[in-house]
Design a protein around this ligand. Structure first.
Ligand code: IPM
Ligand code: MN
Length: 323
């Protein structure tokens, strides 16, 4: 059976690392029926197109989307982020951003809420450009949004080491933090085998560096999850290894798989980027497509190559050799 996958190589190093990911998936014996989409900062600079609604509608019938990185110098902040990546996450209801971190010393997964919080874009300007201007940027937290995310995290923890940590800032964010904490406590009643913990996000930053072994699964909101997962990458062998899945677990449409890193325009087109994050994101896609055997083999090959140095193609060659 072949899976229908939309490919968005995107900008900078995106296309280079995705083409290596596709090479590895093919070598693992999985057939993909791919459709390429030319989207990202470069496309926007070219003709002003970011993500047409017709494209989004076309995507609804795909099994998955495999994305490299989007963002290019010269594009104003927010155009591609909000217009492409966040539009995709929100419109396709990819409410879970799952980011695993594994290296010699630790193995944990961050579940980041992916459709709400400060990312929802609530707020605006008053008197913009005047000395009395005001900017507000709200955080949207629904019981439904927090609950479905927390439930997913508990389910994952019960398939792993039965430990789940809520990360927030309940001592200061007394409205959203309270909603998250109460929701967490309520959902916990359905998972009596899972041991729970709570960390403030600032303390979690220290534990990520000094004692990451304490974690199994972490659940947190959109912005804390964004920041923590860059740190997670940095303490787990580097952002060049960090992969992610943007999931619609309800499967009402495709899920999207992308490395955590950005488009790195400074090294684009030089065969320098580490393709492991993209390859591992491909393995997460294989898991979600029901190809768990191939996913396990790809992951094992990547793990034994996590310290290999060399060009983009050389690192991918090393993974292929292990495979
Ligand atoms: C990420 C990225 C995005 C985010 C940006 C590019 C909008 O940093 O996937 O972590 O903030 O979510
Ligand atoms: Mn980020």
């Amino acid at each position: 059976m072949s899976h229908k996958v939309g490919i968005v190589g995107g900008d900078g190093i995106g296309p280079e690392v995705i083409s290596q990911g596709l090479r590895v998936i093919k070598a693992a014996g999985v057939k993909l029926d791919t459709v390429e989409y030319d989207l990202g900062g470069a496309r926007y600079l070219n003709d002003g197109i970011v993500l047409p609604d017709e494209t989004l509608d076309e995507w609804r019938s795909l099994d998955a989307i495999y994305l490299g990185a989007v963002g290019a110098p010269g594009v104003p902040p927010g155009v591609i982020e909000r217009g492409l990546l966040l539009k995709m996450r929100f419109q396709l209801d990819l409410y879970i951003n799952q980011r695993p971190f594994k290296c010699d010393s630790h193995d944990f997964v961050v579940i980041r809420e992916n459709t709400e919080g400060t990312y929802a874009g609530e707020g605006g300007f008053l008197r913009k450009g005047t000395p009395h201007e005001i900017a507000t940027q709200g955080s949207v937290n629904t019981r439904m949004g927090a609950e479905r995310c927390i439930r997913h995290a508990f389910e994952l923890a019960s398939q792993r080491r039965n430990h789940l940590t809520l990360v927030h800032k309940t001592n200061v964010l007394t409205f959203s933090g309270d909603l998250w904490q109460r929701t967490f406590d309520d959902v916990a009643k359905d998972f009596s085998a899972v041991e729970t913990a709570y960390n403030h996000v600032d303390a979690a930053c220290i534990y990520f560096v000094q004692d990451p072994q304490r974690y199994d699964v972490i659940v947190t909101d959109n912005l804390f999850g964004d920041i923590l997962t860059d740190l997670g990458g940095a303490v787990s062998g580097g952002i060049g290894l960090a992969c992610s899945a943007n999931l619609n677990p309800a499967r009402t449409g495709p899920s999207m798989f992308e490395p955590v890193h950005g488009s790195a325009p400074d090294i684009a087109g030089q065969n320098k980027a580490n393709p492991i994050a993209a390859i591992l994101s491909g393995a997460l896609m294989l898991d979600f497509l029901g190809e768990s055997d191939a996913a396990t083999r790809v992951r094992a090959a990547c793990e034994s190559c996590s310290k290999v140095e060399g060009s983009t193609v050389e690192i991918a060659d090393a993974v292929l050799a292990k495979l």
